[in-house]
Design a protein around this ligand. Structure first.
Ligand code: UTP
Length: 296
């Protein structure tokens, strides 16, 4: 029987240009979603799925990311002195959340290039890739379901979500056929950000992958594609079309996903998450209602 995967790779070396100037001196993965940086939600999700070995692929401005998962001795001492155990616990929580590792990408030459930088750390085992742009609600299961399928099928597994056809051109889109399982499809082809109106389906790729290590060899051979970047989707397309290392399957996610990659969706994500919080929701909900009633 295959051993269960243990390693998660989180690419966080993009330039985050849609969030400038906020991301001028800070990676977009450090943007707060309510009161936690996006990256912490993603690391918590990996850990909850049993992936305690986490590699962050970092770019310029990596210090904030590294510091977030390290001791903050001065702050901890100060909170300790004040007896503020609640906040102290919040600060300390991320220190030992996972076994954190870091590798630099150098030039941000695309998501595929960022994943390739994980090769030395990952070795010859399947591994997960999680993108900080997509937050999956902790109450809904996705990653562990994908890991189960990876083990059972010995294939590469991607996460898919049915989206409105009007927005399909903003995603990587899959051509699929059904399998013996309701929430699993076989991926026959993939296209990264198809021209509007040309998407082959409304199955969009969202930012969770469980990859066979063979993806590294494929990425080495993958030429820059859309945006002159080495696209992970192009490598996966090759693996799907040629059935490399078991081919590619998709787990179709129907749960709650928050897109924090662009400004409008980021604002919506914060509101959605905050109204459900016990500490913020009771005051925020009536305020929000009154605010929206008064909107012209
Ligand atoms: P995006 O394309 O959404 O990130 O990549 P970006 O390029 O930083 O964003 P914009 O469009 O300029 O605002 C998806 C994920 O892949 C990472 C990003 O950090 C993000 O988590 N990425 C992207 C890298 O690590 N390296 C790259 O070269 C490109």
């Amino acid at each position: 029987m295959a051993t269960r995967i243990t390693k998660a790779v989180i690419p966080a070396a993009g330039l985050g240009t849609r969030f400038l100037p906020a991301t001028k001196a800070m990676p977009k993965e450090m943007l707060p979603v309510v009161d936690k940086p996006a990256i912490q939600y993603v690391v918590e999700e990996a850990v909850a799925a049993g992936l305690t070995d986490v590699l962050l692929v970092t770019g310029r401005n990596k210090t904030a990311l590294e510091n977030h998962f390290d001791r903050a001795t001065e702050l901890e001492a100060n909170l300790n002195l004040k007896g503020d155990t609640d906040r102290l616990q919040k600060v300390e929580y991320s220190n030992d959340l996972a076994d954190m590792h870091y590798v630099r990408q150098g030039d941000p030459r695309g998501l595929g290039h960022a994943v390739l930088r994980a090769r030395m750390h990952v070795g010859n085992q399947p591994f997960a890739v999680l993108l900080g742009d997509d937050l999956i609600d902790a109450r809904d299961v996705l990653l562990s379901r994908m890991i189960d399928e990876q083990e059972a099928r010995g294939a590469t597994i991607i996460a898919l979500m049915e989206v409105d056809p009007a927005v399909a051109h903003m995603y990587g889109v899959a051509t699929v056929e059904t399998t013996d399982e309701d929430d699993v499809v076989k991926v026959l082809d993939l296209v990264e950000k198809p021209a509007p109106g040309t998407a082959p389906s409304n199955y969009a790729i969202i930012g969770r992958y469980v990859l066979q290590p063979d993806v590294f060899d494929v990425l080495e051979e993958t030429e820059p594609g859309k945006g002159n970047e080495i696209q992970l989707t192009d490598a996966l397309r090759n693996m799907a079309q040629n059935d490399i290392a078991g081919g590619v399957y998709g787990v179709v996610f129907k749960g709650r996903r928050y897109d924090t990659g662009d400004r409008l969706d980021y604002i919506k994500a914060i509101v959605q998450l905050a109204v459900e919080r016990e500490d913020l929701g009771p005051e925020l909900r009536p305020w929000l209602k009154e605010f929206s009633d008064n909107l012209k």
